[in-house]
Design a protein around this ligand. Structure first.
Ligand code: NAP
Length: 321
């Protein structure tokens, strides 16, 4: 994926600009380009987004043996390029309007990109623990990615925080490396899918610590223990561990759309079923949208919906493209 250098690489006005190159954004791009719309995807990190660093995806239809997130999103990226989508490295930091034209500002350079329609598919970022000791060890013993950092914990003991699909799935994955994995959960029930729960309950390397409120992370130069409060017995205890993997949900990075788009208290953007936001010509797709189920399959579905809605909007407000 290339960086923008100057305006010569830009169309004067795009039909569709898509913020985010994960499954939702790449799918929007494929649909838009096949409708012959001038389409640009802006991705701030790497194509594929969070899914690209997921070890294996077992519930994307068509792959009964599972497929790695990297392989799946790489194919989606190639698919988008194949139909002529421009995919560029860039981070949106603001939006202005000139009548029906939307103007996207990029961070780190002065480029302003004009477009008839905008699809926000910016995904979400992992939630922090927000307890004492976290800041000191972020990236140095506290991780949000088992695929990236699991191998550093060969033969060691780690704590996985959370009780959703991510925590339970990643805890199981981490037993490939770690000698022991605690799953530390704040309630007495997981919300994860039953099949994933069964897998961890039958894994002898995993011990679940229920009803645990996180108190602080301890250590001098490295993570040494996690203090938790047993909410049933009302006693504090220290779990001796070498690392912590946090999977407690997601928040949306949508600060620069605040005041423009309608969003919930965590920053997820509200839309209708066809992915239209409260602003005509701006659509939202994937994890950044308020929704019940955040999965690759729902992200790609949103991507298609948003793109078709954008095409209709362009026809209505700008005529033939
Ligand atoms: P999630 O479903 O929101 O689960 C977050 C977990 O963290 C919950 O168990 C929650 O506890 C706990 N939690 C939240 N805030 C906390 C805090 N401050 N301190 C301690 N614990 C806290 O997040 P996720 O597991 O990342 O999943 C997100 C979405 O992706 C879901 O829709 C999920 O189905 C999907 N996903 C699917 C797969 C798959 O299908 N294989 C894999 C990964 C993710 P409570 O339960 O008490 O609320």
């Amino acid at each position: 994926m290339e960086k923008f250098f100057d305006y010569s690489e830009l169309h004067e006005i795009y039909d569709v600009v898509i913020i985010g190159g994960g499954p939702a954004g790449l799918t929007s791009g494929i649909y838009a380009a096949r409708d012959n719309l001038k389409t640009l995807i802006l991705e701030k990190n790497y194509p594929g987004g969070q899914v690209a660093i997921t070890e294996v995806i077992e519930n994307y239809p068509g792959f009964p043996e599972g497929i790695s997130g990297g392989d799946l999103t790489d194919q989606m990226y190639k698919h988008a390029l194949h139909f002529g989508v421009q995919v560029k490295n860039g981070e949106c930091c603001g939006i202005e309007f000139d009548g029906n034209i939307k103007i996207v500002s990029l961070k780190h350079n002065d480029l302003k990109i004009k477009t008839k329609s905008l699809i926000i598919a910016a995904g979400a970022r992992p939630k922090n623990l927000e307890i004492p000791g976290e800041a000191k060890f972020l990236g140095k013993g506290i991780s949000f990615c088992a695929t990236c950092d699991g191998a550093f914990y060969r033969g060691k003991t780690v704590a996985v925080i959370g009780g959703g699909d991510s925590a339970v799935e990643e805890a199981h994955y981490l037993t490939r490396f770690a000698e022991k994995v605690y799953i530390v959960h704040r309630r007495d029930k997981f919300r994860a899918a039953k099949i994933l729960q069964d897998r961890v309950f039958s894994n002898p390397k995993i011990e679940v610590v229920w009803n645990a409120q996180l108190v602080k992370v301890n250590g001098e130069t490295k993570v040494e223990s996690l203090t938790i409060l047993d909410k049933v017995k009302n006693i504090e205890l220290d779990l001796k561990i070498d690392g912590i993997f946090v999977f407690i949900g997601w928040v949306a990075d949508t600060e620069h759309f605040r005041g423009v788009l309608d969003m919930d208290e965590s920053g997820f953007i509200r839309s209708d079923e066809s992915c239209k936001t409260c602003v005509p010509g701006i659509f939202v797709a994937g994890d950044v949208r308020t929704k019940e189920l955040r999965q690759v399959v729902t992200a790609v579905s949103d991507g298609a919906m948003a793109s078709k809605a954008a095409e209709k909007y362009i026809e209505e407000f700008f005529g033939e493209h």
